[in-house]
Design a binder for this molecule. Sequence first.
Ligand code: MG
Length: 288
Amino acid sequence: MATRRRFLRDSTLALDAAVTMTDVRKVGGVRAILVALMALAAGCAPEPDAQENPTETAATVPQDDARPEDSEAWEPEPSIVTPGGLLGPPSDAILLFDGTDLSAWSDANGGDAGWSIRGGAMTVVSGSGGVQTRQGFGDVQLHIEWRTPGEVVSEGQGRGNSGIFFMERYELQVLDSYNNRTYSNGQAGSIYKQHIPLVNASGAPGTWQTYDVIFTAPRFGPEGRLDSPGYITVLHNGVLVQNHAELEGPTLFIGEPSYAAHADRLPILLQDHGNPVSYRNIWVRELG
Ligand code: MG
C-alpha cells in the first residue's frame, strides 16, 4: 500500500507540474490535457541504465513450425469511437519531415530514401524498402501523421499497411482499419501481435490521421540481461489506444517475441508493406 500511495502521490505531482507548465490560455485545454498525460507516462519510465554499448544482435528468428494465424487474436474487437484534431510541433522538437525533403531519412543501407514527395507528404514507393531516420533514438515522444489510400483495394492486412518501428524492431501498426476487420492485435493502433488497441479510433481511408506516442526503450545489463522492458503509450487521432503497454520483445510476424540486447539508440523506421501509405509532419522529442 505504501508503494501504491507513493506512486499516486508522484503521479499527482507530475500531473500538477505538467498542467502548471502549460499555458492553457495559449494552447487550449485539449493540448494541456495531452501534455499532462504524456508527462505522467514519462514519469513512469525507468531510470537509464549505466551500462553502455551493449552487444548488437540480430532480431529473433521465426520458429520453424509456427504459422502466422497461430498468433492472431480476433477477440475482443475494439469498439469504434470518433476521433478529434491535430497537433503542431513543440519548440523543442526535432523535425524529421516538414514536407520538403527526406534529408533526415535513408534506406536500410544508409543511401538515399526511395520514397516520393508530393503535396507536402512522403509516400511509400512499393518495393523501394522502408525508410529510417539517420539519427538513432531511445526514449521519445513522437508525433506523426499518416494517410492510407483513398481508393480502397484489398482487405485485412493488405489494405493501407505500413508501420512505425521504434528502434527498428518494435512496430506500431499503420493500417486502414476503417470498416476493415482483421486480427485485433494487427489492426491500426496495435503493437503488432502483442497489444490490441483499447479502441478503434480510425478515420476514413484517404483522410489524415495522427499518432502521438511515448516510447520507453528497453534497458539491458551485463551479458545482454534484460533490466527493464520497453513501454509504449499511443494516442490515435487524440484517443488513447495503448496505455503504457509493455513490449514483450521485437514484434514478429510469426512466433513468440523475446528480447535480444541492442544499442541504446537506434533509428525509427517506416515500413514499406507494398501499399502507397503517406506520412507528413513528423517530429520527435528525445526524453530523458
Ligand atoms: Mg505493418
